[in-house]
Write a protein that binds this ligand. Structure first.
Ligand code: SAT
Ligand code: MN
Length: 645
């Protein structure tokens, strides 16, 4: 019945909506199966769809072809339902406002399910709740899934989204099929991934090619005769689950960002890091940028910062120093392998778009993003203006008579009369990468780009200098493992608490964090051209609470020093207990207002001894005997160096 005729080019009846006319029952589903012409779908795909249809009982199926006309239909449908509103000030831009309970990733309800608990949960003495990913047994997950998914898509259309992370057909890319009952997700996946018929064709032509099964439901079946809401979701029962052993992602209850666009954090990072460990590469929460110095020498850098700490701003930086040029490869995720030819670590960006934080983005902070996002973009939870545009904190307020409506719909919002922000702090733009005016020419190179330096960083208001360099690979891995940052609005955490976030992967590592540290350590000795590792902090404040460093385009000054260190410049750094820091005379501050250098680079001993104790406790509580001894040794050495001073 599912015989595939190889000579048959993949030109099926994609995009058609097959309606079930009666209450979905197995017989009716078989009818529908015929209706969407399963014969032209790869067998594994049609089996996956059939099983989901049997359980979730959607009233229609739509196989996405990825075309512009299909997206127009989806958009019109969402406008009718009130999910989207048009933004006539721009070209093909739309605004979504979510349920106020569905605004960010929900880490407490995110689980990795494996046969053995220790594959995910390190052997910590006294684990801090929420400090690392959660585990669930396959049996329990199955029962949680069966509590949620039966009939979950009733009254809704199930969209079949074939997508590729990385260019379609590249050896480094991974294929996924996401089934979802959210048209918003279908439309956003078209921006964030390579989605459409050519992915199905690839699976058709390569019978043994694997794909990740991604099942997503917003968890709000529509009873016959009942009316829908603009943003259906089910926050009470939200669950985002991963089964790395069987290549599956199952997500329920949320339509937002990383909870529902399953190619991003779920596939590219959680399953990605599992696979990377198995196959000897790295899947990381990192931006990738190309940087050319005034002499015309170009290098690539990757940088890991937690969510909402400025990865997009750095990836699209407009350098404040003359003669420098930055080009963007990616702003969130890097897949990296050592390249046999060059011996260097090469990186690709598996994504196809930017899902960036809107507040704070402006012509001052990120003019390149501003030139990227006002076309073919879906904005979510930003404020709107009466002239058909958007607004968020950080942009100049529109002039009267134009008014602002907040993301929750308060008309005539103004900073003087309203206490809460107009845009949600985790509001986002979702824009095609191709619109970025400084997209690097090699951004889709199947070989990836060679990485010369890796940066780790976070928001550290106190104690942590602008930049420091590791003494060697193990020390660099320790820097990643000991990363901490102030919580941001990208997940459910409240307040400005400083959290441990190893490698900015705390919410995204798909396996035991101790094993993950070991995986990083394992590259030493195997490869002769390891990138140099640095730690940066743009966010240090003085005693009055003002930032000590201007940041943004001036961060090129830090990259300038880093690149000279990569080139082996020897007289530009001083040894300190935590690593090399720049010599003031070797750091370009020309044209800057007075920088309080000593404050920016001071290493208060009390602060650092406390910091080391906090990291030691975090390791012992949460990683325990799974912590590689090399990292304990690194911590001891830093402490010894402080105590010698
Ligand atoms: O919502 S997302 O997970 O895509 C954004 C982020 O946390 O980086
Ligand atoms: Mn991210």
């Amino acid at each position: 019945m599912y015989l595939l005729n190889n000579s048959h080019r993949f030109a099926p009846r994609l995009g058609r909506v097959a309606l079930f006319h009666s209450q979905p029952a197995p017989a009716a589903i078989t009818e529908a199966s015929k209706d969407i012409n399963y014969a032209v779908l790869p067998k594994k795909v049609s089996e996956f769809i059939e099983e989901a249809v049997r359980v979730c009982a959607p009233s229609a199926i739509h196989v996405c072809d990825g075309s512009a006309s299909e997206n127009e239909n989806l958009t019109n449908l969402m406008v009718q339902k009130g999910t989207l509103q048009a933004l006539p000030k721009y070209d093909n831009c739309w605004l979504a406002r979510t349920d106020p309970k569905d605004v960010a990733r929900v880490e407490s309800r995110t689980v990795i399910s494996t046969e053995r608990r220790e594959q995910v949960i390190p052997n910590g003495k006294n684990p801090t709740p929420g400090a690392l990913p959660n585990w669930m047994s396959p049996q329990q997950l199955n029962s949680e899934v069966m509590k949620r998914f039966p009939n979950s898509m009733k009254g809704r259309t199930m969209y079949v989204i074939p997508f590729s992370m990385g260019p379609v057909g590249s050896g480094l890319s991974k294929i996924g099929i996401q089934l979802t009952d959210s048209p918003y997700v279908a439309s956003s996946m078209r921006i964030m991934t390579r989605m459409g018929s050519d992915v199905l064709q690839l699976l058709t032509e390569n019978h043994d090619m694997d794909f990740v099964k991604c099942l997503h439901s917003i968890g709000r079946p529509l009873e016959v005769g009942s009316s829908d809401v603009p943003w259906p979701c089910n926050p009470e029962d939200t669950m985002i689950s991963h089964k790395p052993e069987t290549n599956e992602i199952i997500s329920y209850g949320s339509g937002y960002g990383g909870n529902s666009l399953l190619g991003k954090k779920c596939l590219a990072l959680r399953l990605g890091s599992w696979l990377a460990k198995k196959e000897g590469w790295l899947a990381e929460h990192m931006l990738i940028l190309g940087i050319t110095n005034p002499q015309g020498v170009k290098k690539y850098i990757a940088a890991a910062f937690p969510s909402a700490c400025g990865k997009t701003n750095l990836a699209m930086m407009t350098p404040k120093l003359p003669g420098w040029k930055v080009e963007c490869v990616g702003d969130d995720i890097a897949w990296m392998r050592f390249n046999k030819k060059t011996g260097m670590l090469h990186a690709i960006n598996p994504e196809n778009g930017f899902f960036g934080v809107a507040p704070g983005t402006s012509d001052n902070t990120n003019p390149v993003a501003m030139a990227t996002i006002f076309k073919d973009t879906v904005f979510t939870n930003v404020a709107s203006t009466s002239d058909g545009g958007v607004w968020w904190e950080g942009l100049p307020l529109p002039k009267a008579p134009t008014t602002v409506t907040s993301w929750t719909g308060e008309a005539n919002w103004s900073p003087s009369t309203h206490k809460t922000p107009a845009a949600h702090p985790n509001s986002r733009f979702c824009s095609p990468a191709k619109q970025c005016p400084i997209l690097d020419a090699s951004w889709e190179d199947p070989e990836g780009v060679p990485i010369s330096a890796i940066l780790f960083g976070g928001r550290r208001p106190e104690g942590v200098p602008l930049v420091y360099e590791s003494y060697d690979w193990d020390h660099g891995v320790y820097m990643g493992a000991s990363m901490r940052s102030e919580a941001t609005a990208a997940a459910e955490f409240k307040g400005k608490v400083v959290m441990h976030d190893p490698f900015a992967m705390r919410p995204f590592v798909g396996y035991n964090m101790g094993d993950y540290f070991n995986h990083w350590l394992s590259f030493k000795g195997k490869h002769h051209r390891l990138p140099k590792i640095f730690h940066v902090n743009w966010f240090r404040k003085d005693a009055q609470g003002s930032f000590l460093w201007p940041g943004f385009g001036d961060n090129v000054r830090v990259l300038d020093w880093i690149l000279r260190r990569v080139d082996g410049e020897s007289n530009s750094a001083l040894e300190t207990p935590i690593g090399y820091v720049p010599r003031e005379s070797a750091f370009n501050v020309e044209g800057l207002d007075k920088i309080k250098w000593d404050e920016l680079f001071s290493l208060p001993k009390d602060f650092w001894l406390n910091e080391l104790s906090a990291i030691e406790k975090y390791f012992s509580d949460n990683i325990g005997t799974d912590l590689p001894p090399n990292l304990t040794a690194q911590l001891e050495q830093i402490r010894r160096r402080f105590n010698k001073n």
